[in-house]
Design a binder for this molecule. Structure first.
Ligand SMILES: *Cc1c(COP(=O)(O)O)cnc(C)c1O
Length: 378
């Protein structure tokens, strides 16, 4: 493991479960993405991990921020960002929240429907707006499809209409799905975006910005493209579709900014079988779906698990891994073929690696009396 986190766990012996994040890795991730896409503004997707320490670091590094709510906007402002570095990227906002964001100085808003565009036009007059288009989410381990975005034809109509509603139709956004390892997916979406730009230019509307969303992966079990490979694929695709009429570009990395920077330390509460000849043990940890590991839903995100018994050649056995709460949905991995060392005992520690994104804020507010996930930023 990362020596800084290992030293912290060894010296501080924090109660488990807890998340420990190495802020240097977040800084490295930001630099790698910026180097990979030097002409692109980075808007960190705050929902991935809104810890003040992370927001402050990214404010200082020069990041901008994709926010989904007024509390997220306020956290980013409290961390020192000016409102021109904030995008209100949620396509489902109360009009009162649009007004509150406008009052705070936010001037960039997402929409994917006429009713949402009208809300923004009423509550944030004169602002820049961008329309999110649907993507298939194909290839993504945590797809963000269907619920968000509209068909490109509708996006064209809405962007044209925006001109007469008192807002500035500024661009188009998409999200290829989170934990997207297939670089082709950016090219597919950019082809559709370029078609919208081209079509609308012919109708007298020059759009200025493409928002490529997130999707940048964290390494869990299998290998992922490097930041440089994402950057190269996106730069090539932009050149192919836009040539010398390059628009402004934005990316909104969440997972790829913080995922690999955190480790959750957990403890084995129980190891048991359901009958004498049960061929798999159940291993119950002190953290589960309601303690921060919500992305194990449908076993979508497969976190690497590390124990102190993992030496090369150590005997292991197939297991079902579950959380500690009295809810039978609180099973982390059943079908995913996890194995753990035969030497594992009750009370042993289990490290859940690459757990820096989408964990702390997904922890329930005390379900079954279990406290939300404790966090350390070092
Ligand atoms: C969640 C989200 C992101 C971040 O996605 P990642 O795959 O974690 O990088 C970016 N943009 C929007 C609009 C989102 O909702």
């Amino acid at each position: 493991m990362n020596t800084k986190i290992a030293a912290f766990l060894r010296d501080s012996r924090p109660a488990t479960p807890c998340l420990v994040m190495d802020l240097d890795i977040v800084a490295d991730n930001f630099c790698a993405l910026r180097a990979a896409l030097p002409d692109t503004r980075i808007f960190y997707a705050v929902k991935a991990n809104p810890a003040p320490a992370i927001l402050k670091l990214l404010v200082a590094a020069g990041s901008s921020f994709d926010c989904a709510s007024i509390p997220e906007i306020d956290m980013v402002l409290a961390a020192g960002a000016t409102p021109d570095r904030i995008s209100f990227g949620n396509t489902i906002k109360k009009e009162s929240d649009v007004a509150a964001a406008f009052e705070r100085g936010v001037r960039l808003y997402a929409f994917d429907s006429e009713a949402e565009l009208d809300k923004v036009a009423r509550a944030a007059p004169g602002s820049r707006v961008f329309c999110r288009i649907l993507t298939s989410g194909e290839g993504a381990e945590w797809p963000l499809s269907r619920k968000f975005g509209c068909e490109p034809e509708m996006a064209k109509e809405l962007l044209l209409a925006a001109r007469f509603k008192g807002v500035e139709p500024y661009g188009v956004s998409f999200h290829v799905g989170s934990q997207q390892r297939d670089l082709e997916q950016y090219d597919r979406a950019l082809a559709e975006v370029a078609d919208i730009f081209h079509d609308l230019a012919g109708k007298g509307l020059e759009l200025k910005m493409v928002n490529l969303g997130g999707g940048f992966a964290t390494k869990y079990m299998v290998d992922i493209p490097t930041a440089e490979q994402y950057g190269q694929a996106i730069r090539d695709s932009l050149l192919k579709h836009f040539g010398n009429r390059m628009p402004e570009t934005i990316i909104e990395p969440g997972r790829g900014m913080v995922g690999n920077a955190g480790v959750i330390q957990s403890e084995v509460v129980l190891i048991s079988k359901k009958s004498a000849n049960d061929n798999r043990s159940w291993v119950y940890l002190d953290i589960g779906k309601f303690g921060g590991l919500a992305e194990t839903m449908d076993e979508a995100i497969k976190y690497p698990l590390v124990t102190e018994h993992d030496a090369e050649g150590a005997e292991s056995e197939p297991v079902i891994i579950a959380g500690p709460t009295c809810d039978s949905a609180d099973i982390l991995y059943d079908k995913a073929d996890y194995r753990l060392p035969t030497a594992l005992r009750i009370g042993d520690k289990v490290e859940i690696r690459a757990a820096g994104a989408y964990t702390t804020t997904y922890a329930s507010n005390g379900f079954n009396g279990f406290a939300p996930l404790t966090e350390y930023y070092i």
